[in-house]
Design a binder for this molecule. Structure first.
Ligand code: TYM
Length: 339
């Protein structure tokens, strides 16, 4: 079992990242420690330069994200935690896979279409080839499972397509080079929505901070954001079916269920028939209770820049050692002379 996943250090770690992905990173770390195998988790800083950015912010956010991940339970002694920029094999592998990826495949990526918008001519080349780097990230390590939220599913399907085509085109039938990675998407929290609009996902790039709960928000901020979250005037239904067509209510109930480690049915049997005046404070308190300790750990970890840099350096060294063999085989398979 080889678990690989990444996150862009473009801003705060928010509840959508946590419930959709990081919670499973931690769970898989526990599972892998018990069963054998390895987890590699990284900061996708190379992906972050596909959009306009301020270099000083990227550097600061990269370190903050390390602190946030460790605060959430990623243990750098058990998982390999690193940033892409310190493992140049990611960029090299991307170039090698660029020969296999097809323009048509990339043109169909919804993230490319959404982020480039109408201004495709003005979008960066990196934004277009972004999914090839993502494929390189996982294929480089022969990942078997990739824990992500729903929005990354299409990118992982592309990684599988690239792996399959490369294996077909350049490897003997009984000796494929790349493992096909399986996405691991949590059924209950695959897509956490914005607190201000139940039709768009909770995201780092939403200009309104009120749209998301950051893992680093303090108690007062959390209570205020939950109180101001958009809802409808109806009381909560007693059964799951009653949440259909009520995107905001459905999102808040799902968040409650996952944070409390229970089911949507159980939440509705407790709060069905109640208005948001009762449900929101309960949700806010639950979030404060669960996120409080993470926030405290984050605040102390972020102060020690030398310790954060040491985590990254150690993780990068381990990642490079694991990346090199597959990269060399890829060069070889393509007929590139390496001396
Ligand atoms: P990123 O940085 O946007 O998000 C990190 C992880 O959080 C998940 N996520 C969500 N899950 C549920 N609800 C939401 N509202 C929500 N918002 C974000 C994402 O699905 C993701 O799992 N391209 C990736 C980073 C990446 C990567 C990789 C991931 C680069 N290389 C290789 C896996 C494997 C990204 O931008 O994620």
């Amino acid at each position: 079992m080889r678990i690989v996943s990444g996150i862009q250090p473009t801003g705060n770690l928010h509840l959508g990242n946590y419930l959709g992905a990081i919670r499973n990173w931690v769970a898989m770390q526990e599972q892998v420690s018990a069963e054998g195998g390895e987890c590699l988790y990284f900061l996708a800083d190379l992906h972050a330069i596909s959009m306009p950015h301020a270099p000083a912010d990227l550097a600061a956010n990269t370190r903050e994200m390390v602190a946030a991940l460790v605060a959430c339970g990623i243990d750098p002694d058990r998982s390999i935690l690193f940033n892409q920029a310190q493992v140049p094999q990611h960029s090299e592998m991307q170039w090698l896979l660029n020969g296999t990826a097809r323009m048509g495949w990339l043109n169909r990526m919804t993230q490319w279409k959404d982020k480039a918008g109408k201004n495709r001519e003005g979008a960066s080349v990196a934004l277009f080839t972004y999914p090839v780097l993502q494929a390189a990230d996982v294929l480089l390590y022969q990942a078997t499972h990739v824990p992500v939220g729903e929005d990354q599913k299409q990118h992982l399907e592309l990684a599988r397509d690239i792996a399959q085509k490369f294996n077909n085109d350049f490897c003997a039938e009984n000796a494929p080079l790349f493992t096909l990675p399986a996405p691991f998407i949590p059924p209950e929290a695959a897509r956490i929505m914005s607190l201000r609009d139940g039709s768009s996902k909770m995201s780092k790039s939403d200009p309104s901070d009120m749209s998301r709960i950051n893992m680093t928000d303090g108690a007062d901020t959390i209570m205020q954001k939950v109180k101001k979250a958009k809802t409808d005037p109806e009381p909560l239904p007693c059964e799951k079916a009653g949440l259909e067509g009520r995107a905001e209510a459905k999102n808040l109930v799902a968040i409650y269920a996952v944070m409390a480690g229970t089911s949507v049915d159980a939440v509705l049997s407790e709060f069905g028939g109640e208005g948001f005046g009762k449900f929101k404070p309960a949700l806010g308190e639950l979030l404060v209770e669960k996120l409080g300790p993470i926030n405290e750990r984050f605040l102390s970890l972020r102060e020690d820049r030398a310790a954060l840099d040491a985590i990254l350096a150690k993780g990068a060294e381990k990642a490079r050692a694991r990346a090199v063999p597959t990269l060399e085989k890829t060069y070889q398979a393509l007929g590139l002379v390496r001396g």
